[in-house]
Write a protein that binds this ligand. Structure first.
Ligand SMILES: [Zn+2]
Length: 426
């Protein structure tokens, strides 16, 4: 068996019960199971918090809209091949599943008059959108028809665009570091030959110049023909276990949609001016992100987004009550925790490692009597028994730091912690 088969996210997704696909539901329409949903929820909360702390305002908008909305946005003219056919309610009332969130976010900007003081206005949403991918190209989470995109549209004055793009690139790097994403490279995606692009040459040249300036000093490649239909973009590429390259994060400049939606703000002199729309995604869609994260971590997520962070293993039934009491305390401390009672202790420890659970807490008669627990890490290391509060503090510190390691950096100072070497690394 090839290495790429071993770490295929579809296999791991099935083994770890992260997501499922069912032909009855349809190809490219995966279902997130509780374990996958727990991990995704932790990542979504992190991304929302990161955005909130950096000046983004979150909105909710529906995943479908009237045909006229997508005529206005240009999607029907330039992107119809990738969209599902319209749903007709009556002769003059047709709806489309949206292929992008930009049209709705343009309407957020247009919801009232805007002043230059509000810019950049950063409208963010983790929202649903749909692409009519052919069934032959669909696979697991990496290529799907229902997409949950970490998206935002930053409306700026032209002179703010350079700083805004650089700031977005900084946030992309910060999110990648927390999640364990290791980009394969940055790419400047440019217009190619053909008629599939909107806007005039001057707009494209200006947008390209702004993106080049933001990339100054960085390593990047150029990809003619990979631009969006409305403008050039910076793409952050990833490579999956089978060596296939795709785009995860992106920053795109758009002069066209502000025209189409007649967006404007009032400048300091009271004149109406057109904003620039910057489309950006820090971590791409939840689907593509998790296809990548499952493979790059071989299912062993950092503790902060592991589906179950701590599994408690009473040595025998006599310690079950103590284990449930510890579980209650761990839950109250904000951890995702389970108690496993079925089978021999050795089999349960192996099962915890197989499921990539970061911490297993063994509760024997001695631990139950003195209120302690013995932590075993999924990489095979074990710690001497320590008071329950210390164990929960240790796990909580690793989770709060969003650390890729399973022990706090200062663990050497903890007198109760002794590492017994590493065993079966996963
Ligand atoms: Zn957009």
């Amino acid at each position: 068996m090839k290495e790429s088969d071993m770490i295929d996210h579809r296999r791991l997704g099935r083994d770890l019960e992260l997501f499922a696909s069912d032909p009855l539901a349809g190809a490219g329409l995966p279902i997130w199971l509780p374990a996958g949903a727990a991990a995704r929820h932790a990542v979504e909360e992190y991304v929302r918090e990161l955005e909130r702390r950096n000046g983004y305002r979150h909105v909710y908008s529906p995943p479908l809209g009237r045909r006229e909305l997508f005529e206005r946005s240009g999607h029907l003219g330039y992107f119809a091949d990738d969209m599902f056919p319209p749903m007709r309610l009556s002769a003059d009332d047709e709806f489309l599943l949206r292929p992008a969130l930009c049209p709705h976010h343009a309407l957020v900007f247009a919801a009232r008059g805007r002043s230059y003081r509000e810019l950049p206005l950063r409208v963010a949403e983790l929202g649903g959108m749909y692409r009519a991918e052919r069934s032959g190209v669909l696979g697991g989470l990496s290529r799907v028809r229902a997409i949950s995109l970490n998206d935002a549209h930053n409306f700026c004055a032209l002179e703010q665009v350079g700083d805004e793009v650089r700031e977005i690139l900084r946030l992309i790097r910060e999110a990648h570091a927390a999640l364990g994403v290791r980009p394969a490279g940055f790419r400047l995606s440019l217009r190619g030959p053909g008629e599939k692009y909107v806007g005039d040459d001057a707009q494209w040249a200006r947008a390209e110049e702004l993106l080049r300036a933001a990339l100054d000093g960085m390593d990047y490649t150029e990809a003619p023909g990979e631009a969006a239909f409305y403008g050039p973009k910076i793409d952050v590429q990833i490579v999956d276990a089978a060596g296939r390259e795709s785009t995860l994060s992106t920053v795109q400049l758009d002069f066209d949609k502000p025209e189409r939606f007649d967006l404007s703000y009032t400048d300091p002199s009271g004149a109406r001016r057109r904003p620039v729309m910057v489309h950006r995604s820090l971590v791409g869609s939840m689907e593509r992100l998790f296809a990548y994260l499952i493979e790059v971590h071989a299912g062993a997520f950092p503790a902060w987004y592991a589906p179950v962070q701590l599994v408690l293993l009473p040595v025998d039934d006599g310690q079950a009550d103590a284990a449930y009491e510890l579980a209650r305390r761990a839950e109250a401390a904000g951890l995702r925790v389970e108690v496993d009672l079925a089978g021999s202790l050795g089999a349960r420890i192996r099962d915890a490692a197989r499921r990539r659970t970061p911490y297993a807490g063994v509760v024997g008669a001695r631990e139950a009597a003195d209120g302690s627990v013995s932590l075993r890490l999924r990489d095979g290391r074990g710690l001497d028994p320590m008071p329950v509060a210390a164990a929960l503090g240790l796990i909580g510190a690793v989770v709060a730091a969003r650390s890729p390691d399973l022990l706090p950096t200062d663990h050497a100072q903890l007198p109760t912690v002794v590492c017994r070497g590493s065993g079966s690394a996963v």
